[in-house]
Design a protein around this ligand. Structure first.
Ligand code: CAA
Length: 380
């Protein structure tokens, strides 16, 4: 066992920290207020290799491991969870899915652009009536020989209006249940594919979330990912990796709030001393630190499992379940430690508190993580 980061990992973490502090921090409150997508910053993150972190360099990626991925995600999320969710979805739901399950042609055509940030990707699984119950896909893809015709609606799609490439999950044969589902690559601008209005959200307001409509959208057969009927398994496998990214995001949100609360508590005075000297505040800081460190261990373990080639369905679910709980609970505490200032935007902790909530919802709610974990316990 070795709990130390390598020198290379430290350099990667420091590069992400530096980028977050110099590039993401200055406009983060404005982007949150105005729901502004960080277009230029996404391009810069692409240039730094943050959009194809684990992708093989032969497809334009950075060729790094999952430990590097979570280090980058944590640092970006300490400052701007809207930017980090774009990174997470592009890396683990889109690039990973294409690299692991796509054809060589699909990799050459799409992955090479997604890994460098020339393209942004979106992952379209959720529907008005199929959120947690992902098997109940209402979107249909009818096989017409050399192409499919897709009809349906997808909801809450991250980067929905800004993406260039969409991975769309749809039902091709409802009698086969989860074995009748496929995943398709749909390009923006395909006739019949319409982007609905942008959602006005509680948190991660700088990310771009939309409903998407598919009305007789013609998709060539070569854009189906993997064998016929493999789409549900594809979605579950990519989501297992996605949950590592979101767990690291939750960790970063919690750690960012903790760092701000610690600093504030050493500066703010009440009753004749810095508030960190009051046990009521000191014990909050201790609880935050312990929980964040425990979350970090679970996140690292899930990333390590992925790097080792171990199954990471359960370790990623555990990491996301716990880190998102820690993020929600301790961002509330960080606001409390800041008192009245915590309620004011310029102190950043209220934004982190709002951003934390979604980590308990997307890429599988906390209740879904408990289904994944408990089913595996019972099976063993
Ligand atoms: N790997 C491989 N295969 C898997 C798998 C996995 N991780 N999980 C399930 N499967 C297989 C099962 O073995 C089963 O196959 P067989 O029929 O051959 O046995 C098949 O898939 C169906 O599995 P279940 O019976 O377990 O399916 P279920 O209907 O009970 O649902 C679930 C399982 C875990 C609840 C699943 O529906 C789920 O994960 N739901 C949550 C969906 C989700 O995370 N949505 C997030 C949206 S994406 C998003 O948020 C992105 C964003 O923009 C940020």
């Amino acid at each position: 066992m070795d709990f130390k980061l390598t020198e290379e990992h430290k350099l990667i973490r420091d590069a992400a920290r530096d980028f977050a502090n110099t590039e993401l921090l200055p406009g983060v409150i404005d982007r949150d207020n105005k729901q502004k997508f960080p277009k230029e910053l996404v391009k810069k993150m692409g240039d730094l290799g943050f959009l194809g972190i684990m992708v093989d360099p032969k497809y334009g990626g950075s060729g790094m491991d999952a430990i590097s991925y979570v280090l980058i995600m944590e640092e970006l999320s300490k400052i701007d969870a809207s930017a980090s969710v774009i990174v997470s979805v592009n890396n683990s739901l889109v690039c990973y899915g294409l690299e692991a399950f796509g054809s060589e042609d699909q990799k050459q055509k799409y992955l090479t652009k997604l890994a460098t940030g020339e393209f942004v990707g979106a992952f379209c699984l959720s529907e008005p009536e199929a959120g947690s119950d992902a098997t109940s896909q209402r979107t249909t893809a009818i096989d017409k020989g050399d192409h499919y015709i897709i009809n349906g609606t997808k909801n809450w799609i991250t980067s929905g209006g800004r993406a260039d490439v969409y991975i769309v999950i749809a039902q091709t044969d409802k009698h086969k249940g989860s074995h009748g589902i496929n995943a398709f690559i749909v390009e923006k601008g395909t006739p019949g594919f319409d982007i609905g209005p942008k959602e006005d959200k509680l948190g991660i307001r700088g990310s771009d979330t939309h409903t998407l409509q598919f009305n007789d959208v013609k998709v060539p057969k070569e854009n189906r990912i993997g064998d016929d009927g493999s789409g549900f398994r594809f979605a579950m496998k990519t989501l297992s990796g996605g949950r590592i990214g979101i767990a690291a995001q939750a960790l970063g949100i919690a750690a960012g709030a903790y760092e701000l609360a610690l600093k504030y508590s050493k500066e703010r005075k009440a009753f004749g001393t810095e508030i960190c000297n009051h046990q009521a505040i000191a014990f909050k800081l201790a609880d935050m630190y312990v929980d964040i460190e425990a979350a970090r261990h679970l996140v690292m373990k899930a990333a390590w499992d992925k790097d080792q080639g171990n199954n990471y369905d359960v370790s990623s679910a555990m990491a996301k379940l716990f880190a998102s709980k820690v993020a929600m609970e301790h961002t509330v505490e960080a606001v409390q430690i800041h008192g009245g200032n915590g309620f004011v935007k310029e102190y950043h902790v209220e934004r982190l508190m709002r951003d934390a909530k979604i980590t308990q919802i997307y890429e599988g709610t906390s209740e879904i993580q408990k289904i994944v974990i408990s089913r595996n316990l019972i099976k063993e």
